[in-house]
Design a binder for this molecule. Structure first.
Ligand code: ADP
Length: 301
């Protein structure tokens, strides 16, 4: 097969591993920088040019679109879909997953348990919004933050109010969430491929920090997850329409809660913690599932 990896940096661990795994299984593979793609959008012969060359004949495309280029990256992915190329994750699903509020609403609609979350527009509504969500401490999250940046723990009502006011004042979307204290600064990353969790790790925040992101100094270890956690992770990925996803769960007193579903989950932490060949599993999934014009939401934006 001819496989394209949409990634800005061929030397990133995940990009490198996917490329290696594809080559090892006898495929032709190329890393493509989405920002260097330009598109001819028309009904009969949609095309993509890359540094002057026509990108033709791809069977599958693996999107590894960074949060900062979601808009353009998804447009390029959509163009591949228009050309009939099989996307590992569809552009619509990637776009959904990048908006925390939209994702939460979709998950809640399918009966998936989440931390209680509130969202408002007017600063004058903040006191009642906080009352709706519950007592401090509260977690405040920027809607489009990643890697733990833009996630704040407010210990008191006053702190929560002033952070919400500050961000609303500069027209930045921010949501407020109950703090799951009993999770003890840990979360569970479930790596979903198709209908299975193929690897799971526990990420533990360093002393004095509640965010367990590896980018924030968290440490990863192998963990056994329960059948219920497995089922919830697969359902969350399916609800957002993702074939491959990193589903983050918090272990709360009322059971597992889905905190976030990531459409370009990193491979480094999970491969090192679990010693599993996650990149190889992704390529095998593509081999089984890639067919021309298999984009389920084609034409639905
Ligand atoms: P990002 O997308 O920036 O990683 P997350 O929503 O995943 O943001 O939050 C970052 C980290 O903060 C999580 O990995 C988790 O450890 C911690 N965290 C987030 N929300 C909560 C919460 N409601 N209760 C307890 N810990 C939380």
């Amino acid at each position: 097969m001819k496989i394209g990896i949409l990634s800005r940096n061929p030397s990133l661990y995940s990009t490198r591993r996917l490329r290696e795994a594809a080559l090892a299984r006898g495929h032709e593979v190329r890393v493509i920088d989405a920002l260097r793609c330009y598109m001819n959008i028309n009904a009969r012969t949609p095309s993509i040019h890359y540094k002057g060359e026509d990108l033709l004949g791809y069977d599958a495309i693996i999107p590894r679109i960074g949060a900062s280029i979601t808009f353009y990256g998804c447009a390029v992915l959509r163009q591949f879909e228009m050309m009939g190329v099989y996307p590992l994750n569809e552009s619509v699903a990637v776009t959904r997953s990048r908006d925390k509020l939209r994702s939460q609403q979709l998950l809640a609609r399918k009966g998936i348990d989440l931390p209680i979350t509130g969202f408002a527009n007017k600063p004058s509504d903040i006191p009642d919004l906080i009352k709706m969500v519950g007592k401090p401490p509260l977690v405040l999250k920027l809607l489009e933050g990643t890697q733990g940046i833009g996630v704040v723990l407010a210990e008191t009502q006053k702190a929560a109010e002033s952070v919400l006011q500050a961000f609303m004042g500069i027209r930045t979307n921010i949501m407020v969430q109950e703090f799951i204290e009993e999770a003890g600064g840990a979360d569970i990353r479930c790596f979903v491929i198709g209908e299975r969790v193929i690897a799971a790790m526990k990420r533990q925040a360093p002393e004095g920090e509640f965010r367990s992101n590896l980018h924030r100094g968290g440490s990863a270890s192998l963990v056994r997850i329960t059948p219920q956690e497995r089922q919830i992770a697969v359902k969350a990925a399916r609800t957002l329409g993702l074939n491959v996803a990193g589903v983050d769960l918090l272990r709360s007193d009322r059971g597992p809660l889905v905190m976030e579903v990531n459409s370009s989950p990193g491979l480094e932490g999970v491969e090192k913690a679990t010693e599993k060949d996650v990149a190889g599993a992704i390529i095998r999934f593509i081999e089984t599932n890639a067919k021309q014009n298999r984009t389920r939401t084609r034409g639905k934006g």
